[in-house]
Design a protein around this ligand. Structure first.
Ligand code: ADP
Ligand code: MG
Length: 613
């Protein structure tokens, strides 16, 4: 990341703001702040794009705080956020930044909380309103919220807002604020819908884009574990016990899973709680507060509710379920590594999801390290050392003497020595978290199996190592030829097996195909006479070798663990897969996405739209 040389004091901010920044320990502006603050102070419409965790809130809040007129009682700025949590969080940051502006009133309004309280608060005057679209609209309709003195309109997390279906509400609210109001839109990504809004509603906006500096991903160490041997619950508990965590967020796909996993973890002694859209607002706020204060250490959450959460003590993000898209992944891992700290993200991935993992790596231009789960004994060891730590703290406890008396009594009753009694008590107190295990760890066996499978696969690849020759056939797409015709003809007419048909690339008027160098004379003769779709193919040897493009660009970036890079990648059985025209696992993957995953995802978001306000 490029270092900014400017300081907050270079930015024409007033002293109340500068002193607040000093109090808060903000030493210098982040890139998005350095770039947007001067533009926003000018009063221009603006579009800011930056990754999550880059300090966008202060970027849009500082300029508007800078021009608040305390004597004016109607709202001067309206900030829109997609969820209650974000509205609360943004309001908190604005209050913090405005802490030295005496008499400043910042009001958050959102659904699920008493509207009459909000009406009362509006009546007594608010300089800045932070709200979710539904409730804001409601209050405008009831003529309780007046935007006629509003000089700044901010749309935070615009992409998320529009994705959640708030587009009409948001534009309606924008139109209710004065023409002259400055319109500012912040977004982590620029999907077409955001572009449409920008084109329609922003007037000659300054475009500030620091998205290239992918801070989040750089700051977070990323690892993955391929599910094998034990299930994900067990994996989570092993990781949680052996990783050096402060607080963690565990992302799961469904609301039910948040509850189930949180219960499961709690039953094993972890301080965990669920967070999802169906939990009543007040409880959600309390849960967020609890993780901030250390009452709990683990939040098991769905994507939507955890969006934008800023809890500095989160050291780990666990992706219990792989996210639906790369964007969600970036948002998720952005929950750690906050405010310049280091964070760690661990993804639990099923073997059939590895492709998604590679896509994430490619898009984020980062790499994830494969890890193995700690073995059971390691877990037990770390339990023992934690226990020792806890006991150490109790050594000097005053009440111990009384307990010693009881121990003696129990010893006599049970007729056992102190060590045996201690053992019994220790066994009881550990419950489901034993300090040692008997028998083999199922993990070990799975790791062995996996190793064996991998080496077998390598062996088959080696025996399969065909030396290929590329032929150009003088038929192509324009003759209506498809890959399956080529494969069909080669198999039926030449008698070639799947394994001896390599990669195929169709062009408009010809086709390149890899066939074994060592073909029998007979097969060679048949090839010379081959006709496909009534056309002679006139096969000639060609030095074309760029088959990679032909099978979907997405595949090029390591989707196959790099097996396809370099010229010698042919002939390891991989070409055959492409050759029969259906080896594209990515197609299967897409279908999956469109089917169950996407479906759920959308469903959840739709529900969320309703419950968010
Ligand atoms: P974003 O909205 O881009 O995801 P936030 O505005 O939530 O990011 O900021 C992320 C964290 O960084 C917050 O804890 C915020 O207080 C902190 N932060 C913002 N600006 C600075 C700065 N200039 N110096 C230090 N910390 C900052
Ligand atoms: Mg934000």
């Amino acid at each position: 990341m490029q270092e900014t040389v400017i300081h907050f004091s270079d930015l024409a901010l007033n002293s109340a703001i500068l002193s607040a920044l000093t109090d808060m320990g903000f030493e210098k502006p982040t890139p998005i702040q350095a770039a947007s603050i001067p533009v926003l102070i000018e009063g221009r419409d603006a579009l800011g794009k930056a990754q999550t965790g880059t300090g966008k809130t202060a970027a849009f809040s500082l300029p508007l705080l800078n021009k608040i007129d305390l004597s004016q009682r109607k709202p001067q700025a309206i900030l829109m956020a997609p969820t209650r949590e974000l509205a609360i969080q943004v309001a908190a940051e604005v209050k913090n930044l405005g802490r030295n502006i005496k008499g400043l009133k910042v009001l958050e309004i959102y659904g699920g909380a008493s509207i009459s309280d909000q009406i009362r608060a509006l009546k007594s005057g608010a300089h800045i309103v932070v709200g979710t679209p539904g409730r804001v609209k409601d209050l405008i309709n009831r003529e309780r919220l007046h935007l006629d003195e509003c000089h700044t309109f901010v749309l935070d997390e615009a992409d998320e807002m529009l994705k959640m279906g708030f587009v009409d509400d948001v534009t309606w609210i924008m139109e209710k604020s004065p023409e002259t109001a400055q319109r500012v839109l912040f977004s982590a990504t620029m999907p077409p819908m955001v572009k449409t809004i920008v084109d329609r509603y922003l007037r000659n906006p300054a475009r500030i884009d620091v998205a290239g500096t992918n801070q989040t991903v750089d700051k977070v160490e990323q690892q993955f574990w391929v599910v094998k041997g034990v299930e994900k619950d067990e994996a989570m508990s092993r990781l949680l016990e052996t990783e050096d965590t402060d607080a963690s967020i565990v992302f799961v796909r469904t609301r039910q899973d948040t509850e189930r996993l949180a219960d499961w973890l709690s039953a094993r002694g972890f301080k965990a709680a669920a967070l999802h859209g169906d939990i009543p607002q007040s409880l959600r706020e309390r849960t967020v507060d609890h993780i901030k204060r250390g009452v709990i250490d683990i939040l098991v959450a769905t994507d939507v509710v955890a969006r934008g959460l800023d809890v500095p003590r989160i050291t780990h993000v666990f992706n219990y379920d792989i996210p639906f898209d790369v964007e969600s992944y970036i948002h998720r891992i952005g929950r750690t590594g906050r405010a310049g700290r280091k964070g760690k993200a661990i993804l639990l991935v099923r073997p059939n999801q590895i492709r998604m993992l590679r896509t994430i790596e490619r898009v984020t231009r980062s790499s994830m390290e494969e890890i193995q789960l700690p073995h059971r004994d390691k877990v037990a060891e770390s339990r023992l050392s934690k226990l020792a730590e806890e006991l150490e703290a109790e050594k000097e406890h005053k009440a111990l003497e009384k307990f010693s008396g009881l121990i003696e009594k129990l010893q006599t009753t049970l007729e056992i020595d102190a060590a045996t009694l201690a053992a019994i008590l220790l066994k009881r107190q550990q419950g489901k978290r034993p300090l040692f295990y008997v028998g083999e760890d199922p993990m070990l066996e799975a790791v062995e199996r996996d190793k064996k499978r991998r080496s077998e696969r390598r062996d088959t690849r080696e025996t399969n190592n065909v030396d290929w020759e590329t032929y150009q056939l003088q038929v192509g797409r324009e003759q209506g030829v498809q890959v399956k015709d080529i494969v069909g003809a080669l198999a039926n007419e030449l008698g070639l097996t799947k394994g001896s048909i390599g990669a195929i690339k169709l062009a408009p008027e010809h086709t390149f195909v890899q066939l074994p160098k060592s073909m029998s004379t007979e097969t060679g003769n048949k090839l010379r006479k081959l006709r496909i779709r009534q056309k002679e193919v006139n096969a000639v040897v060609s030095d074309f070798n760029d088959f990679r493009e032909s099978r979907g660009r997405r595949d090029g970036g390591g989707g196959n663990g790099g097996r396809r890079d370099g010229g010698n990648s042919r002939g390891n059985g991989n070409g055959g897969r492409g050759g029969n025209g259906r080896g594209n696992g990515e197609r299967r993957f897409d279908r999956n996405r469109g089917g169950d995953h996407r479906g759920n995802h959308r469903g959840e978001r739709v529900n969320k739209t309703r419950s968010a306000d």
